[in-house]
Design a protein around this ligand. Structure first.
Ligand code: CUA
Length: 351
């Protein structure tokens, strides 16, 4: 062995050590950054903690792999790049290194099997059926969600707002009336497709009181982006009161509820039903552009026309807008008193 070759081996050993040091440092930085970034919204359900832990474990397992590979690639591109005059200087071909091949097959295999088993156990744990679950039927359609509850006496109670009591397991049965949608509450960390003709299920236990966005996570048509509503996590007593009021209102019509705290404000109905997501209305300070501008479109219109436009939006579609984008179910999800208040309010502010 000539002295030249000895020097070459020593040199490549020192390069290898440098490479390892750079890769290790970059990995530690990458993992630290991945764990420090606050990726997710509030943990609204008990399941959120498990999901966030899975995420952290994935970061710890995958960032070093990515960083190490990138470090080696970039280092080699820089260190062993072809310099002028070296065009014909190619190293000897290398093939057949059994030990190396076993190692680079075994490590990814162990990593994959380990991570898959861990995620599987976490998911099974999350999806376990629990006793005394609250049943909520979620129905998706272009372009809104409707939430159905079993009210007093087993009567169906429908709502455009999702209410769930803190601490009680909820079993969502998810359905679709038309195309595939996807029921997603990021704060709960769980999502599932709403598929026509099939019941899908999703279980969570609400943990933190608050209001969280409900989002459609499957491209479902022109109004997909505005297929957003609100999930309210509240105390059990408040939930029971809400459900009872909702059930009473659906049966009786507005005034008969009596002692329910007066008629709802039309402006509040407008805001809570998410009308502003699609419609511009100066009085409510909204600027949505998916549906007609209400300040212009409803100017001087009768209350009867406004009511029809809400309950049966296909009856007369404003020029320049497509039929079928406005949800057809406001007649069901709004209570009579709410609808009255909304119509009155719109007539007043667009006079
Ligand atoms: Cu429904 Cu996207």
């Amino acid at each position: 062995m000539g002295s030249d070759e000895v020097t070459a081996t020593e040199e490549s050993r020192s390069h290898f050590r440098q490479l390892l040091a750079i890769g290790a440092t970059a990995s530690v930085l990458g993992v630290a950054l991945g764990l420090l970034i606050d990726w997710f919204p509030t943990q609204g359900s008990e399941q959120a903690e498990t999901v966030d832990t899975v995420w952290d474990v994935l970061i710890i397992a995958s960032v070093p792999v990515f960083v190490l590979v990138m470090t080696v690639v970039l280092y080699c591109v820089w260190r062993y790049r072809m310099k002028p005059g070296e065009e014909l200087k190619d190293g000897p071909p290398i093939h057949g290194n059994t030990r190396l091949e076993i190692v680079w097959t075994a490590i990814p295999a162990i990593l994959l099997v380990g991570l898959c088993s861990y995620s599987y156990v976490a998911l099974t744990d999350i999806e376990e059926a629990k006793a005394d679950s609250l049943e909520v039927r979620v129905v998706g359609e272009q372009f809104t969600w409707t939430f159905h509850y079993k009210g007093p006496g087993g009567k169906d109670v429908a709502s455009a707002q999702l209410y769930v009591p803190r601490g009680r397991p909820v079993n969502f049965t998810v359905q679709s009336l038309d195309v595939i949608h996807d029921f997603w509450v990021p704060a709960f960390r769980m999502k599932i497709d709403a598929v026509p003709g099939i019941d899908t299920h999703l279980r969570i236990t609400p943990k933190t009181n608050g209001e969280y966005p409900v989002i459609c996570a499957e491209l479902c048509g022109l109004g997909h982006a505005v297929m957003r509503q609100t999930a309210h996590v509240v105390e059990k007593a408040e939930f029971d009161r809400w459900l009872q009021e909702r059930a009473a209102g659906a049966e009786g019509g507005g005034e008969e509820t009596g002692g329910g705290g007066g008629a709802p404000g039309g402006k509040a109905v407008f805001t809570e039903s998410g009308c502003g997501g699609c419609h511009t209305l100066a009085d409510a300070g909204t600027s949505g552009g998916t549906g007609p501008d209400l300040d212009e479109g409803l100017k001087g219109k009768e209350e009867a026309f406004i009511r029809e436009s809400i309950v049966d939006p296909s009856a007369e579609v404003t020029k320049g807008f497509s039929d079928g984008i406005m949800p057809q179910n406001f007649g069901d999800t709004l209570q009579p008193a709410e609808l009255d208040a909304l119509v009155k309010y719109l007539a007043e502010v667009t006079k």
